[in-house]
Ligand binder design. Structure first.
Ligand code: ADP
Ligand code: MN
Ligand code: MN
Ligand code: MN
Length: 336
């Protein structure tokens, strides 16, 4: 084929939680880097990114991956959004992370993001009875069997798609609430992990279309005694990963404690319904860090404490967080 289909994917201006948008451009089959792709425009008045009278916004491809659904040489292209005069659009949170990543590249930051989400079948979580509730939580986490696990075929298809695209997906698991799942991306640098999380979300929604199932990133999709959905963000620098790194990790935890409110502001909307202090969370009003403590804001994994080096896990980001913002906040607080 001398033409390929490229899915231009971008993040809209929806507040407080942005949504993914995409459209397809057919181009000549000779693309090996994002800069080989033309800029494109879209109607920003339909995406909460412009007023109707002056509505063109620019799409600039910044990260390409194989399109695992269309196959062949077809591509997915993550884009940044610019105003028609070429300046950074205010919805474009990647631009500031790009600068921060460049500034701190000698630190060799790694991120691993655990994306939790919940499948919905119409108005109820997938697998839930039409009336009432399933059996209480207890057997679902990493469960097996058609009475415990709902949506595995979609999860398997999504995992294969992410790997075929070339993503650094490191695993999946069924979560504590029935119909809830997790995939992990990383470890990768800040821009790479964020782009891949957004593209993996896009693939999840897109594959869900084929099953008539939607995936939501709502941090508390069911009120009451049901786990919420987060996006634990694991972080390390080169010096944290070397012997003696635990000292640098502890210093980072102290800095994070002094900037708790700044982080919460950048960690996703409606997080207060999730960070209650129950269901393996620390209250949104408190900050604590500790070894192997799943009720802390920041967990230092047991292995890291034992080895004396490794990484930290920020358990506060909600499932609907923007990874560009979370990575920016972590690098800004810890490296400044
Ligand atoms: P949990 O035990 O909290 O469920 P997971 O296994 O789901 O942890 O996710 C841990 C994530 O952390 C993975 O994406 C993994 O790749 C990532 N990770 C591992 N080592 C590091 C590191 N040194 N720095 C940053 N992230 C890391
Ligand atoms: Mn996990
Ligand atoms: Mn989890
Ligand atoms: Mn975790």
């Amino acid at each position: 084929m001398n033409k390929i289909m490229v899915e231009y994917i971008w993040i809209d201006g929806h507040i407080p939680t942005a949504k993914l948008r995409s459209k397809t451009k057919v181009v000549d089959n000779k693309v090996s880097s994002p800069s080989d792709l033309p800029d494109w425009s879209f109607d920003g008045s339909s995406t909460m990114q412009a007023e109707g009278s002056f509505s063109d916004c620019l799409l600039k491809p910044v990260h390409i991956m194989k399109d695992p659904l269309r196959g062949g040489n077809n591509l997915l292209a993550m884009c940044e959004v610019f105003n028609s005069d070429g300046s950074v659009h205010k919805s474009n949170k990647r631009a500031q992370l790009r600068e921060l990543a460049e500034k701190h590249k000698n630190q060799e930051c790694w991120f691993g993001i655990e994306q939790e989400y919940t499948f919905f079948d119409g108005i109820k979580p997938l697998g839930w009875p039409d009336n009432g509730f399933p059996a209480p939580q207890g057997g679902y986490y990493c469960g097996v069997g058609s009475d415990e696990v709902f949506g595995r075929e979609i999860v398997e298809e999504h995992m294969e798609a992410c790997l075929d695209a070339g993503m650094n997906l490191s695993g999946i698991n069924a979560e504590v609430m029935p119909g809830q799942w997790e995939f992990q991306i990383g470890p990768l640098g800040p821009l790479e992990v964020s782009d891949e999380v957004w593209l993996a979300r896009w693939l999840l929604y897109r594959i869900g279309e084929d099953y008539g199932v939607s995936a939501t990133l709502d941090p508390k999709p069911v009120k009451g005694d049901w786990n919420g959905a987060g996006a634990h963000t694991n972080f390390s620098t080169k010096s944290m990963r070397e012997p003696g790194g635990i000292k640098i990790i502890e210093d980072a935890c102290k800095k994070l404690g002094k900037n708790h409110d700044k982080h919460i502001d950048m960690y996703g909307a409606d997080n207060e319904y999730r960070l209650t202090g129950d269901h393996e969370t620390c209250s949104i009003k408190d900050f604590k860090y500790g070894v192997s403590d799943r009720g802390a804001s920041i967990r230092i994994p047991m292995q890291t404490a034992n080895d004396g080096y490794g990484y930290l896990e920020d358990r506060r980001p909600s499932a609907n967080m923007d990874p560009y913002l979370v990575c920016t906040a972590l690098m800004d607080t810890i490296l400044s």
